[in-house]
Design a protein around this ligand. Structure first.
Ligand code: OTU
Length: 653
């Protein structure tokens, strides 16, 4: 369809709208007209060949207009503001956290009581993890949604969610919610009706009456949860059908080759955006399109779906940003940002999975070799995109290093990964880490890692053995990793509990529907009595908290850390030191971080090359670096943010 035809189609569609509406809602119709041709072209590339696609496009426009009409005033005001400041999410002032509302605060009411905690720590973006209605018992932490338009009654109601979001916004805190786009719970109405035999809803899923097609799919599809949910299809006795279930057997994959599914999910997305959500985290985006003979991941059509979602969201809710959850190879992750042109945009944000696993590699190997190689090999991301940088989230740590990079460092990929798993699960003799292996696949030798940051860094073992120096070292390691997460570029995530060094929580072993999934060990229930210790500088909690708070405040002050500016990775000629430069027109900050337990030195020439005087202050401590002859001395786990002001004003902070 060319642009003339698209204009003609738009004109015909608008004919059915009341003239008064066209005037009253001109912002909406202007945006629709602006994006319409791209919407139509993407729709044709995805669903072309189907008859009456114009009718479907007409229905899509109706969905957009209905959700626009339902969009609250406050959200529309934010739309206007963000249209004037479209790169708002690149600011270094953003700092985020993520948590399960029930485990953090009991329920939404409880959450309102703890907003002070975010303000005090310096958090201004909260990701409220899945909180929509889902079945009791096994529900994958809420990633098996039964009703996208209702809040889990154990957590609260939709009205309460609206009011919490309102309150958070009033306190200057943005809100992120999950949109589980790839699959629904087997208890969702669509699944229930499909099971009951309604063809319309059977077509919402990948359902087959015998193994022929499932076998063809499975021949090339890997398994996501090989231990607890092997295979990619589940037999549904009531329906006498096989249904595709890439994740758990109770999570049915939605079939986006059916355009009806797209419209349904679009409506859900806009409904959630209308709650005033600032960021929507799209779960499991690599899986949105499946094709026999492929892995069913990262297919071009999955990207087209995201582009179409992004454009539709731009018409109705331009204030909302999209975040891609894609735990795949670096070269594939960056594709979820899309391209800089309107029609090519996908998600503005994505988890920086590669940085995360490379940082854990630094800890285990005490070497930055793989880190440097891995990051240097990362493709550039579009100017308008940014990462979420983190070391821990609710999921496992998968060892997604590039095999070639491991080999180039002189290691064998299989043995290296095995070492990393052994190290963090405490099986390696010198290790003090207390993580657990997740989803060991005996067929492929793959394994991932569970455990809280503090436990993986040795805090649990040190506390258990009353090893005061071990405690100090674990705290230093935690802050070291967070110092990188806070300065390398992107929005840092302070995973809930890490601000006080939460250890593994083993209570999941007593819960039958969680026992099989050890990711629950790093999804703690927050004990607010214990949390109160964060005010006491004598406690481990207090020590970590104060340093974290200071780190975040410092980050926000340094405009050159904004994602508007790139990071330049440097080679400090010392394999135990991470070095990079962040710079803007006014400031240059050189980050040096010793990831080892031994004092390291770095030649002063690296400062010279960056145009940084040896006597500038470290922005965190306010003190200049320790120098010895022509070297900067970095004690174990020491990190410096050496800052040079071009105009001199803040030289000696
Ligand atoms: C996501 O993770 C969620 O973060 C998990 O908590 C869910 O269990 C899962 O989806 C299903 O909803 O496999 O190990 O490339 O790797 O979607 C984590 C993306 C996961 C997948 C990712 C998935």
């Amino acid at each position: 369809m060319n642009s003339k035809q698209a204009s003609y189609l738009l004109a015909t569609l608008l004919d059915s709208y009341d003239k008064k509406a066209l005037v009253a809602d001109r912002e909406f119709f202007t945006r629709l007209a602006f994006h319409f041709r791209d919407i139509v072209q993407l729709a044709y590339s995805l669903y072309g060949g189907r008859s009456h696609l114009e009718v479907w496009i007409g229905r899509l426009v109706d969905v957009l207009y209905a959700q626009h009409s339902a969009r609250p005033k406050a959200a529309r005001a934010v739309d206007e503001q963000r249209l004037r400041d479209p790169l708002w999410y690149l600011s270094q002032e953003l700092v985020s956290t993520m948590f399960y509302v029930d485990r953090f605060a009991g329920d939404l009411k409880g959450l309102e009581q703890h907003i002070d905690h975010f303000c005090d720590l310096g958090i201004n973006l909260v990701h409220l993890m899945p909180l929509l209605d889902c079945p009791e018992g096994a529900n994958d932490g809420g990633y098996a949604v039964r009703d996208y338009r209702a809040v889990d009654p154990r957590i609260g109601t939709m009205e309460q969610l609206d009011s919490v979001i309102d309150e958070l916004h009033k306190r200057g805190i943005l809100v992120q919610l999950d949109l589980v786009v790839n699959h629904t719970s087997d208890q969702h109405q669509w699944a229930v009706r499909a099971r009951g035999g309604e063809q319309k809803y059977r077509d919402y899923f990948y359902m087959y009456d015998d193994r022929t097609i499932p076998d063809e799919f499975e021949a090339s599809m890997p398994e996501v949860f090989p231990e607890s949910a092997p295979g990619n299809f589940t037999w549904i006795p009531d329906a006498e059908r096989w249904v595709m279930t890439v994740f758990h057997d109770y999570q049915w994959d939605l079939n986006y080759t059916n355009p009806e599914v797209f419209l349904e999910m679009l409506d859900v997305m806009l409904f959630l955006a209308n709650r005033g959500v600032d960021v929507l985290r799209l779960d499991a985006v690599p899986y949105l399109w499946k094709k026999i003979g492929t892995t069913g991941q990262n297919l071009d059509e999955a990207h087209t779906i995201l582009r179409l979602f992004r454009l539709c969201l731009s018409v109705v809710a331009p204030a909302s940003a999209l975040m891609a959850e894609a735990v795949v190879q670096p070269s594939e992750i960056v594709r979820y940002f899309g391209t800089d042109d309107w029609a090519g945009r996908e998600c503005e944000m994505a988890y920086h999975v590669s940085l995360m696993v490379l940082l854990w590699d630094c800890i285990a190997t005490r070497s930055t070799q793989l880190f440097r190689r891995g990051l240097a090999g990362m493709p550039q991301i579009p100017r308008e995109a940014t990462w979420f940088t983190y070391i821990r989230c609710h999921d496992d740590i998968g060892l997604g290093y590039a095999d070639d990079d491991i080999r180039a460092c002189g290691f064998d990929p299989y043995l290296h990964r095995r070492f990393i798993v052994d190290y963090f699960t405490g099986r390696y003799p010198e290790s003090r880490a207390t993580g657990a292996p997740f989803m060991v696949n005996p067929r492929t030798g793959d394994a991932r890692i569970s455990g809280s940051a503090a436990s993986l860094l040795g805090l649990e073992a040190a506390l258990d053995s009353n090893d005061a120096r071990g405690v100090d070292a674990a705290i230093d390691r935690l802050l070291l990793l967070y110092s990188i997460v806070c300065s390398i570029g992107g929005i840092p995530i302070i995973y809930y509990g890490d601000e006080v060094g939460y250890l593994n929580d083993y209570s999941y072993l007593d819960e039958p529907d969680k026992r099989e999934d050890n990711r629950w060990m790093h999804r703690p229930r927050i004990d607010w009595n214990k949390m109160a210790r964060l005010r006491d500088p004598q406690t481990v909690e207090g020590r970590i908290y104060a340093r974290m708070q200071h780190l975040l405040a410092t980050r926000k002050r340094l405009a050159e850390l904004s994602a508007l500016h790139q990071a330049q990775l440097l080679d400090p000629a010392n394999d135990h030191v991470v070095a990079y430069l962040r710079y803007s027109a006014d400031h240059r900050t050189l980050v040096l971080a010793n990831i080892s337990d031994v004092t390291q030195i770095v030649a002063l020439s690296i400062l010279e090359e960056c145009g940084i005087e040896p006597d500038v202050a470290d922005a965190i401590s306010g003190q200049p670096a320790q120098l010895e002859g022509d070297y900067v001395v970095l004690r174990p786990y020491r990190f410096l943010w050496l800052r040079h002001s071009v105009f001199g004003e803040e030289q000696n902070l």
